[in-house]
Design a protein around this ligand. Structure first.
Ligand SMILES: CC(C)(COP(=O)(O)OP(=O)(O)OC[C@H]1O[C@@H](n2cnc3c(N)ncnc32)[C@H](O)[C@@H]1OP(=O)(O)O)[C@@H](O)C(=O)NCCC(=O)NCCS
Length: 416
């Protein structure tokens, strides 16, 4: 029987789609987690693949706003509406028959219909989506710090104070802090109430042997707080000395001062031998310490991949250092309308992007590589060294490096 694809609408179908996604991912979510994942999928932008009347694959788009690199700005960065493509799954009985390929076409059509410039998510395998011209746009670093040797430089010692919160207070006080932070963080996204339910979830099944969640907020001049940390403790009692591990879940800071104070709070915790966290790849932590080698990077992973749908919109919306211009030749095999030459003129703000038919451009690249470059996740020169970008005009790569650089590096703490 041939496969059928269609958007889903009824509550029953959405429920079945979540079950299909779970089974495809090889999990049986407990009831609480199942309901939270289902709720995050609202409003109803789901697609199902059917064999007869049986659903055998499902996926969905969730609308949110993505913060873009700001060029010379560090606050109130530009943002655009985009779709979070997630919980994509095909039952083991129906794999390698083109269902994912059909889902990708649906993601493109659905996101464009809703006025979104891109869709993105955290793929289970980095080899899966390049064929559909996605590019990695956020990397994350896993760090481990030995607290015994993690003294701060005297000049870096923060003055801000940190206050411990109980869960009920944290539910109120953390979301506004996050919302201020995400406007300073390229790669970060808005959080719906359903996403906050997932972030705050603390069922025993999610703790992986560690404690329940702890919460602390950094008080700044404003009474709402300038940052927060949420963490768990892994208890490892040893003879004579406790060797607990503090697992940071989120460390969110709206100022350099609160960033330092929250790290200090974690590293000073009694009975803790190591702190572990996912951080942005250019986190300044190592520069705060006397001995920067104590910040060990255990892994760097490609966390978020993006399928860019409207390159002009990204190029004209993100920020740049003033006075830069760049031409680029773009190839998009799946959406041929996007192919062609573009001139990005950032001499004024916002940048002006025009399409043309230049014979030679500064650089030539595919749309997946443009997503990586324009979100500031990697430099043009590094991508060129890997044969992913070519330079057509002398100095083109250096101009692209200067044009697309993002400080801070893109980062996403939200479990999209
Ligand atoms: C990954 C998954 C969604 C693929 O679905 P599918 O319907 O079997 O994929 P398709 O048949 O449409 O294949 C599309 C292409 O992807 C390739 N592909 C599919 N699964 C792959 C995998 N696991 N690893 C590498 N390539 C894969 C296919 O070979 C095909 O390549 P081609 O275009 O060069 O021929 C499905 O296997 C699955 O649900 N896996 C478990 C859950 C999971 O990993 N979900 C992904 C969440 S991001």
């Amino acid at each position: 029987m041939s496969l059928q694809f269609r958007s889903l609408s009824s509550e029953d179908e959405l429920h079945t789609a979540q079950v299909v996604a779970d089974r495809s991912a090889g999990v049986h979510l407990d009831e609480g987690e199942f309901e939270r994942c289902l709720a995050y999928g609202q409003p109803r932008r789901w697609m199902g693949a059917f064999d007869g009347d049986r659903m055998v694959g499902s996926t969905r788009n969730v609308p949110l706003r993505l913060t873009l690199p700001g060029g010379d700005r560090r606050d109130h960065l530009p943002e655009l509406p985009a779709a979070n493509a997630g919980w994509t799954g095909v039952l083991p009985s129906h794999r390698r028959r083109g269902i994912l390929r059909a889902m990708q076409r649906w993601h493109v059509d659905d996101a464009r219909e809703h006025g979104e410039f891109a869709f993105f998510g955290t793929p289970s395998q980095s080899s899966l989506y390049e064929r559909f011209e996605h590019g990695p746009v956020v990397y994350a670093a896993r760090v481990r710090i030995d607290t015994c040797r993690a003294a701060f430089r005297a000049a870096s010692m923060p003055a801000a104070t940190v206050e411990c919160l109980e869960r009920a207070e944290a539910l109120d006080r953390l979301p506004p802090i996050f919302d201020r932070y995400r406007r300073t963080a390229p790669g970060e996204v808005t959080r719906s109430p359903a996403m906050w339910d997932m972030v705050f979830a603390d069922d025993p099944g999610q703790r992986q042997g560690a404690s329940g969640l702890f919460f602390a907020v950094c008080r700044g001049a404003d009474s709402q707080g300038e940052g927060y940390v949420t963490y768990r403790l892994e208890h490892h009692p040893q003879l004579g000395r406790a060797a607990n591990i503090l697992q940071v879940k989120e460390l969110i800071a709206t100022t350099a001062e609160s960033h330092a104070a929250l790290w200090r709070f974690c590293l000073d915790m009694d009975l803790v031998a190591h702190v572990e966290a996912w951080t942005r790849v250019d986190d300044p932590l190592r520069w705060l310490l006397e001995d920067q080698r104590q910040v060990q990077t255990i892994a760097i992973v490609d966390r978020v991949w993006m399928r860019l749908l409207d390159p002009s919109r990204l190029l004209s919306s993100r920020g740049y250092l003033p006075g830069l211009r760049l031409s680029l030749r773009l190839v998009d095999r799946l959406i041929p309308d996007n192919s062609g030459s573009y001139l990005v003129d950032a001499e004024s703000t916002p940048a002006i992007v025009t399409r043309g038919s230049r014979e030679l451009c500064d650089i030539a690249l595919t749309i997946g590589n443009l997503a990586t470059l324009a979100m500031g996740a990697e430099s043009a020169s590094v991508l060129a060294d890997a044969g992913r970008i070519s330079e057509e005009l002398p100095g083109g790569l250096a101009r692209a490096d200067a044009m697309f650089r993002s400080t801070p590096a893109p980062h996403c703490t939200t479990p999209i």
